[in-house]
Design a protein around this ligand. Structure first.
Ligand code: HEC
Ligand code: HEC
Length: 280
């Protein structure tokens, strides 16, 4: 390192040995150059403003498309989903008595935690999971026809999802998912491995294991120190943690459509190993 000042001194005293323009540093800047610099700065500023404008327009367009589609689907959702997924729906009296043990009431309580349509778009759920997580859950449930609950459609046969319902919902959910993914790619892209790993956990685990959700008694994933204390993480041998083996084996997340690729798994694994090694 001591060589650096010496080297600089050499350049200053002898002129830049790397090129003919060595003297550039030592003469006054011309008016022309000053103008060029100013123009460059102005352009950078304009580009930045344009970027923010485009970003805002893209975000607005997502909300507009989300709302428009939701409004069009509302009659269908009201009929087939709102009994369990709308905070404003008042259940019939026989569903309201003995709320602690009434299965109908319990369906509504659990259903509302997982997804609440009462605010339209953006969708709501316990713990405010990202829209992408909720939309993908919706896509899975509708594609697999796992909703409405079988126990419910056994009674209300006409409230099953028929093929045209499935098509109508997917014609809204699929483009919305693409729009959000394109938005993230264009305006919020990151190559930081830590951010990437956290994004993966946030979109694929948090709605069931964080911010008040604790399926299988596994919660608080949003808080890394709590996560490291959980019995699903082995801080001595983080690579052997249950949390990782559940992902690697494909048991978690439960939806097969949301399984991790090996690159995605590697990101989360490296992140957990790094975090477990940090002093706390
Ligand atoms: C009879 C009540 C009931 C009805 C009707 C119902 N759901 Fe559900 N839904 C639930 C419950 C309960 C859950 C919570 C997850 C669980 O425990 O299986 C849930 C969870 C979900 C989830 C999240 C799934 C996940 O992976 O966590 C989605 C998405 C969903 N429902 C969509 C719908 C849609 C769309 C409709 C209408 C077509 C609908 N549901 C109708 C009870 C219902
Ligand atoms: C749709 C909800 C849902 C999502 C999303 C989800 N899980 Fe789970 N998870 C559950 C449920 C329900 C259980 C408890 C029942 C079971 O083990 O299947 C569970 C259990 C677990 C357990 C405990 C297993 C045990 O042996 O007790 C771990 C660890 C876990 N999940 C990790 C994850 C990770 C990591 C992610 C994200 C990559 C994730 N889960 C995403 C619903 C979910």
């Amino acid at each position: 390192m001591k060589l650096v000042p010496l080297f600089l001194l050499l350049i200053v005293s002898c002129g830049n040995p790397f090129g003919a323009k060595g003297k550039l540093l030592f003469r006054d800047i011309t008016g022309e150059e000053r103008e060029a610099l100013k123009a460059r700065e102005l352009k950078a500023q304009n580009d930045r403003l344009q970027f923010l404008k485009d970003k805002k327009a893209a975000a607005d367009e997502i909300v507009r498309f989300g709302n428009e589609g939701f409004t069009a689907l509302k009659p269908l959702l009201t009929k087939k989903c709102f009994d369990c997924h709308d905070a404003n729906t008042q259940l019939r009296f026989y569903a309201r008595i003995f709320p602690g043990i009434n299965p109908l009431k319990q369906h509504q309580v659990r259903g509302l935690k997982a997804l609440d349509f009462s605010g339209g778009y953006p969708l709501k759920a316990q713990g405010n999971p990202p829209q992408l997580a909720l939309l993908k859950a919706l896509k899975d449930a509708v594609s697999d026809k796992s909703m409405p609950l079988r126990i419910y459609t056994a009674v209300y046969r006409k409230r099953k999802l028929f093929e045209e319902d499935q098509k109508a919902i997917l014609a809204w959910v699929n483009p919305l998912i693409s729009m959000i993914e394109e938005y993230t790619e264009k305006y919020e892209a990151t190559t930081n491995p830590e951010a990437l790993a956290k994004n993966l956990l946030e979109t694929r685990c948090f709605r069931c294991h964080a911010n008040g959700n604790a399926n299988g008694n596994f919660g608080n994933m949003e808080n890394t120190s709590e996560l490291l204390k959980s019995r699903f993480v082995d801080t001595e041998h983080p690579e052997k943690s249950k949390m990782l083996s559940e992902i690697e084996s494909g048991s978690m997340p439960p939806s097969r459509r949301q399984r991790f690729t090996s690159e995605e798994f590697q990101l989360v694994r490296d992140w957990l190993i790094l975090e477990a090694g940090k002093p706390r």
